[in-house]
Design a protein around this ligand. Structure first.
Ligand code: ADP
Ligand code: ASP
Ligand code: MG
Length: 405
């Protein structure tokens, strides 16, 4: 008898028929003498709709109240699946984040899990119940409802799997595994049979949203094997595991994209010690995460400085920098939301030269202008105009020999 955590994403619970499909899969696993804990997302589109509704009231809704609102999406699907399973005569029971003892910090909208008690889940498993947990939500130490950031049900699932020492955590989604690029935009992408936690961490951090990055961190820390697979067919998906997958020999093993960033430029900034600190301290104090930074020196003791922030924080970051620009005497501040980041990733890049030049040539051939570049030992990222994202992913995938036959 195994202990299996099954997580179903938004498209897998998009309507009652989908929820029935999920119930059958869960029941089947239970019938095979396994104990099953299910973690659910909200129905596809629900979280976006709830955010939109709150934004109709005010462009900057109170973050605590927004989390109370967003948590209803997962509450709905957890209750519906439990009702569905009970109607099929299975002993199901739904739990919200606080009932599953998912304790988080106080960062509304992007809370971090501090610990998971899971005592009630463990008790229920002993009684052979099927526990259905609302993903994405937790509760801070003062009893406030919190949410774990977009895509956070993945993290709920892996963290609960760790807390109850599950044998495996299955992530059911709308694609049948992890691919060398997003299969929805690159038809020639290849399915990866097995990938290491570290490789998946790189992919997730550079935009492969098939798994929320924190979920991979948890899986690695607690050695939870993940199986990413489709809820619409029986095919084997991708295993995310500890061992090396053999992908290390590849110079480039995946191409990712991220449309969630925006850029901000400060023009003619005085080139003096301490200026960068003045620019970035208020940004970090506002809780905004900066990704890429580029500084160009001009003649006359001035520089231009460009950096990227999450699109959701664009308006706030621009506001903050307009104030800073006045204080430090920068000439102008402007921004652009219509950008995307494309990255090529590969551990094998460490020992190879020429990857950057292939990437730049490939983009140039398509007349795609590179706005910013950043590199590390194992990846190269370019910021380009958002409208070229799909094209860039496809041509890079081909250029680095990743296309399937
Ligand atoms: P869920 O609602 O099930 O959590 P998500 O939309 O969060 O689903 O994640 C699945 C999506 O991730 C896929 O539909 C796909 O478009 C996208 N994706 C991006 N990069 C990859 C990749 N390398 N492999 C597989 N899917 C990817
Ligand atoms: N419903 C949340 C979201 O859309 C969490 C999740 O689906 O994982 O981001
Ligand atoms: Mg997701």
């Amino acid at each position: 008898m195994g202990l299996i955590v099954q997580k179903f994403g938004g498209t897998s619970v998009a309507d009652i028929d989908c929820i029935r499909n999920v119930a059958k899969r869960v029941a089947n696993t239970y019938d095979q003498k396994n104990n099953v804990v299910v973690i659910l997302s909200a129905m596809a589109g629900t979280t976006d709709n709830l955010i939109e509704m709150a934004n109709k009231v005010t462009p900057a809704p109170n973050k605590r109240e927004l989390d109370v609102l967003l948590a209803t999406g997962e509450q709905t699907t957890a209750a519906l699946l439990s009702i569905m399973l009970q109607s099929m005569k299975y002993p199901a029971l739904s739990m919200l984040g606080y009932q599953a003892e998912v304790v988080t910090d106080h960062t509304f909208g992007n809370a971090r899990i501090l610990e998971i008690g899971a005592n009630r889940i463990k008790d229920m498993i002993k009684k052979r119940k099927i526990v259905v947990v609302a993903g994405f939500q937790g509760c801070d130490t003062q009893g406030n409802i919190t949410t774990l950031g977009r895509g956070g049900s993945d993290t709920s699932a892996v963290a609960i799997a760790a807390a109850i020492k599950a044998d495996i955590c299955e992530i059911y989604t709308d694609v049948d595994g992890i691919y060398t690029a997003d299969p929805n935009i690159c038809k020639k992408a290849r399915k990866i049979k097995e990938i290491s936690y570290d490789e998946m961490l790189n992919m997730a951090s550079l935009g492969a949203k098939v798994l929320q990055i924190r979920s991979v961190g948890f899986a690695k820390k607690y050695r939870i094997p993940l199986h990413v697979r489709s809820s619409f067919n029986e095919e084997e998906g991708t295993m995310v595991v500890d061992e090396d997958s053999g992908m290390e020999q590849l110079v480039v093993s995946a191409v990712t994209h991220n449309k969630d960033e925006a850029r901000i430029t400060l023009k003619k900034v005085p080139d003096q010690p301490g200026v960068a600190a003045k620019i970035f301290t208020p940004i970090s104090e506002s809780g905004i995460l900066v990704d890429m930074i580029i500084q160009n020196t001009r003649a006359g003791g001035q520089t231009d400085l460009t950096f990227t922030v999450p699109k959701a924080d664009f308006v706030k970051a621009l506001e903050v920098e307009k104030k800073v620009a006045g204080e430090i005497g920068a000439q102008d501040v402007f921004g652009d939301k219509n950008i995307a980041k494309v990255s090529v990733i590969g551990v094998g890049m460490k020992n190879h030269s020429g990857v950057a030049s292939i990437m730049f040539h490939t983009l140039a051939k398509e007349n795609i202008n590179i706005i910013m570049i950043s590199t590390s030992e194992i990846r190269i990222s370019c910021i380009i105009e958002e409208k070229y994202t799909e094209l860039a992913v496809r041509v890079l995938h081909t250029a680095f020999g990743l296309d399937k036959d």
